[in-house]
Design a protein around this ligand. Structure first.
Ligand SMILES: Cc1ncc(COP(=O)(O)O)c(CNc2conc2O)c1O
Length: 388
């Protein structure tokens, strides 16, 4: 376990991760596999710890965005199959094969380059991505699809393990475009000479809303972390999700301001009366963005407004009264009857909940709880740029 020397930390409740996946396991038809999406350091929650917990709870596959993230999981001892959802380089096919990492393929020219460059004898697993309307990555042409399937079939070491697509609007109430994409996927699947072993299309929203249209694997991301894919479909979710991420700090300075005294850069905040002001060691370099000025935190079980500009490493809050240095402050999570959810922070930032935990940077240590006890502490400070 790492130690850390600044009183700001994130707590990851792996019991919540476990329950979110175990509940999905119970919710899905037996033959539907669960692919745990752990890209971007598991949406800021800690890639290896979340991956291990998800696998324990019934996931059988992992997904990341880029090859480096998959290699990092292998280095951390994860042995489960991993799919790279994003683009990779044709010259990295050997590296992927060596580590049993499946790659997404969606261009014939890429596949031809990979075939020309691959000198290995280990099997190379591909998932062919079809663009049914997300407009990001994916093949759209029948002839190109057939040529790609034929090339893979001809190659002695290439294996078409899966085929998939990604929905643009599964988290919206109106299902017109979702249905268009689903139907498009059904017809594009007919372009293949055979059905690969794994066919998948559903992200969290599609999984939880339309489990009967998930084929035989789902790609479970945001709701594994206990977050609804969007506020509009939150009431439609089939079971309660448990939020896994919380964020805490401690008062490092407390002072009383007289009326007219100022706080922070730009002296934009002026005390209106005698006010108790606390300083906490978290700022925008930790992902606690400047736009969170005027938002609030919890201290002594009460809401406390963030006053003055958020600095790179610190910010100031107006306290309900004199409190001792060292008092715990909760920026995301619960104190007594008061809760600040990730959705609350996202709403204030006018963004989506996905972005909030992803923003909490490497500089904030993560403490992992399993069975209500600390099972790991990760402090990446000092590791960035070295072999972790
Ligand atoms: C291809 C693909 N599959 C599955 C998921 C998981 O989706 P979920 O977290 O809604 O369950 C994502 C998430 N990708 C992104 C989420 O936000 N921006 C993205 O690019 C994805 O890009």
């Amino acid at each position: 376990m790492d130690d850390f020397h600044r009183d700001t930390w994130a707590e990851i409740d792996l019991d919540a991760i476990y329950d979110n996946v175990a509940n999905l396991r119970r919710f899905l038809p037996t033959g539907t596999n669960i692919m745990a999406v752990v890209k971007a350091n598991a949406y800021g929650h800690g890639d290896a710890e979340v991956a291990n917990t998800a696998l324990e709870a019934g996931a059988s596959y992992l997904a990341v965005a880029f090859l480096d993230e998959a290699l990092a999981l292998r280095k951390k001892g994860l042995a489960a199959p991993i799919l790279v959802l994003g683009a990779s380089r044709p010259e990295d096919v050997s590296l992927a094969a060596e580590h049993r990492i499946a790659l997404t393929v969606f261009r014939l020219d890429w596949l031809e380059k990979a075939a020309a460059l691959y000198q290995g004898s280990a099997p190379v697993y591909f998932h062919l991505k079809m663009d049914t309307g997300m407009g990001r990555l994916g093949v759209k042409d029948e002839r190109e699809t057939k040529q790609m399937a034929a090339l893979i079939e001809r190659h002695p070491h290439f294996i078409l393990e899966g085929v998939y697509t990604h929905f643009a609007t599964a988290d919206e109430i109106n299902t017109d475009y979702f249905s268009y994409q689903y139907d498009r996927f059904l017809s594009m699947l007919e372009w293949l000479p055979f059905r690969p072993p794994l066919v998948h299309c559903a992200n969290s929203a599609a999984t939880l809303r339309f489990p009967d249209r998930a084929f035989n694997m789902v790609r479970f991301g945001i709701s594994m972390y206990g977050l609804a894919p969007s506020p509009s479909i939150k009431p439609l979710l089939p079971y309660e999700l448990k939020e896994a991420f919380s964020l805490h700090s401690r008062l490092v300075h407390v002072k009383k301001l007289q009326p007219g005294e100022k706080v922070s850069y730009g002296a934009t905040y002026t005390a209106q009366a005698e006010e108790w002001i606390g300083t906490i060691p978290i700022g925008y370099a930790d992902g606690w963005l400047r736009r969170l000025q005027h938002f609030h935190v919890l201290v002594d079980g009460k809401k406390a407004p963030i006053v003055g500009r958020v600095c790179m490493d610190q910010c100031m809050i107006r306290l309900p009264g004199p409190l001792p240095v060292g008092t715990k402050v909760t920026l995301i999570g619960r104190q007594g009857d008061e809760v600040i959810s990730i959705d609350d922070v996202a709403r204030h930032l006018d963004t989506i909940n996905y972005e909030v935990p992803c923003l909490i940077s490497y500089r904030v240590p993560r403490i992992f709880f399993r069975n209500k006890r600390i099972m790991e502490v990760r402090n990446a400070v000092g590791r960035v740029g070295t072999n972790a």
